[in-house]
Design a protein around this ligand. Structure first.
Ligand code: ADP
Length: 282
């Protein structure tokens, strides 16, 4: 895999052969190939729902005098357009995360506030599937609303990046879990780093897929993922967003038992609490 592409010019001066290495093309070619793959994937992913929509529209036209059929096919059109919109939003998120140098706005953030926001944005989805969302700090369950003076850690991050990352992890945890299970967001400080773990009791990820799931468009089960609205971009976005904050993301999983995604971030130099303690009630 470490083949280097070298542009070589061979010539002869008198009887001596000489070779000039003009440029090392390996990086550039790899980048080009990646970009081409990405564009192929993007157009494929966009073409699928777009094609379905035009086909469905035609079908509706043909079935104009059958109200049940019209209702059914309109529902499918709505579903495919939602999918298209979702894809476009995800592509924009990915683009933002990849181009981050230009838009990053790192500031001091409370890790609990970030986790709570990510949880809140997934609450409706979780309730709909009877999945309990729990928040923990240093091994202790904490409420989903801020508590004055509670233990917390401060990170220095672009707020949108880190919130998007944790939100996507919680979204996946819910998505790939059966009903009546628990998704736990476990925060805290460990070995001088802030840790945010998203732990589910879901279907898990096969061992052979573990090192591929952060790739753009990779899905363990494309049919299942697409049917349930997946784009294969969620974890690629997570990876870029976490990197933007100077952190790393890793995964542990066991099929049938569940998955744990771990985000590790540097502690902010200034750990002054962000939420001022409210005055005691007396
Ligand atoms: P998708 O939009 O398909 O969910 P992601 O990039 O978010 O795309 O995830 C890539 C793949 O990793 C998913 O298709 C799924 O197979 C697997 N995956 C991600 N998170 C989980 C999880 N919490 N439990 C089980 N599988 C997961």
């Amino acid at each position: 895999s470490n083949i280097r592409y070298l542009k070589v010019r061979i010539g002869a001066i008198g009887d001596d052969l000489y070779a000039i290495f003009l440029s090392d093309m390996s990086e550039q070619r790899r980048f080009e190939a990646m970009r081409r793959d990405f564009m192929t994937n993007v157009s494929h992913e966009l073409k699928t729902p777009a094609g379905a929509i035009s086909l469905l529209a035609e079908t509706i036209g043909d079935a104009a005098d059958d109200p049940d059929a019209v209702r059914y096919f309109s529902g499918r059109v709505a579903k495919e357009s939602t999918r298209l919109t979702e894809l476009v939003h995800r592509l924009i998120d990915l683009q933002k995360a990849q181009d981050a140098d230009t838009m990053l706005d790192p500031k001091r953030l409370s890790v609990l506030a970030v986790a709570r926001k990510a949880i809140a944005e997934n609450q409706v989805q979780a309730d709909g599937r009877h999945i309990a969302l729990e928040l923990h700090y240093d091994g202790v369950e904490v409420p989903l609303h801020a508590v004055p003076g509670e233990p917390d850690a401060v990170i220095s991050c672009d707020e949108e990046s880190i919130t998007t990352a944790v939100k996507n992890l919680v979204e996946n945890a819910i998505h790939y879990s059966p009903e009546h299970t628990t998704v736990r967001v476990a925060t805290g400080v460990r070995d001088g780093k802030v840790r945010i773990r998203v732990i589910d009791q879901g279907i898990g990820i096969p061992a052979e897929s573990l090192d591929r799931i952060f790739e753009r468009f990779y899905r363990v089960d494309p049919a299942r993922s697409r049917a349930t609205g997946g784009t294969g971009l969620g974890l690629a976005i997570v990876k870029h967003c976490v990197a933007d904050c100077g952190g790393t993301v890793s995964v542990w999983s066991h099929e049938g038992e569940g998955s744990t995604f771990t985000v590790e971030l540097p502690l902010a130099a200034d750990q002054t609490p962000l939420v001022a303690a409210a005055p005691a009630d007396g």
